[in-house]
Design a protein around this ligand. Structure first.
Ligand code: MF3
Ligand code: CO
Ligand code: CO
Length: 249
């Protein structure tokens, strides 16, 4: 079932979302060659809890950390580790979630470490563009698949792989609520959007093949062909004539 949130509930999500946004902004200067993903995770834990929020992912289905840190061919759900140091030329996706008064926000972006290839910069640029293109069609009364198709169209224009096993989702009192929101056009996304729905929109694109698998840690999803991947995500609320981003500008 797709739930409709009250203004009050959306305000709580917006506070959690603001904390997540501020954290991702802060990470722009933290993400550097030599730092470990565990150090990044510790910073995130302190940042979120000091602001009166609770990390959404820690303990979620047994997930062992505050945020997800996914490097290069890792698409999502990379687990922070004291053994994993960032290197010049890496790209890293940070995915953060926090709740306030029981209401969650979820947001992600991909960062470059030092100087990265033109291919990587383009992949980041267009995956982010796909997020905003997907958002651009959102308002009460549209069909969910319009968002899915719009996101996919950006990937198609650049020959990127659209990861199919992972999707956007509704969000509220839990991180993952109905509906699921694939990043490609499909027949199942026939839901008509209504004011007060809160959704996490999150394109995940790879440079080449779209096939992924899970590592033995039971969490990390990587591309099968080793090509790099990017991930951008916002939590939004549907309004009568558009949408409001709850995790940033
Ligand atoms: N943030 C992920 C998403 O965008 C979910 C992470 S759940 C975790 O849907 F347990 F892996 F952290
Ligand atoms: Co996320
Ligand atoms: Co999400």
């Amino acid at each position: 079932m797709v739930s409709i949130k009250t203004e009050e509930q959306i305000k709580n999500m917006e506070y959690a979302g603001k904390v997540c946004y501020d954290l991702l902004e802060h990470m722009e200067s933290v993400v550097k060659q030599g730092i470990t993903t565990k150090e990044i995770d510790d910073i995130a834990y302190t940042f979120i809890t000091e602001r009166g929020c609770t990390p959404s992912f820690l303990g979620y289905e047994g997930y062992p950390a505050t945020i997800c840190t996914s490097i290069n061919d890792e698409v999502v759900h990379g687990i922070p580790s004291p053994k994993r140091k960032l290197k010049d030329g890496d790209i890293i996706s940070l995915d953060v979630g926090a709740s306030y008064k029981g209401y969650h926000a979820d947001t992600a972006r991909t960062y470059k470490v030092g100087s990265v290839s033109k291919e990587a910069l383009d992949l980041m640029k267009y995956t982010k563009e796909a997020l905003y293109e997907g958002l651009s069609v959102i308002k009460e009364g549209i069909k969910l698949n319009d968002v899915c198709a719009k996101i996919e169209s950006v990937a198609l224009a650049h020959n990127y792989g659209v990861i199919r096993e992972l999707t956007g989702h509704g969000i509220g009192t839990v991180v993952h609520e109905d509906p699921y929101i694939p990043n490609y056009s499909n027949n199942e996304s026939d839901l008509i959007l209504k004011e007060g729905m809160t959704l996490a929109i999150e394109p995940m694109f790879s440079l080449k093949g779209r096939k992924v698998w899970m590592l033995e840690d039971g969490w990390t999803i990587t591309t099968q062909d080793g090509s790099i991947a990017a991930h951008y995500e916002h939590t939004i609320a549907v309004t009568k004539d558009g949408y409001k981003i709850l995790t940033g500008k």
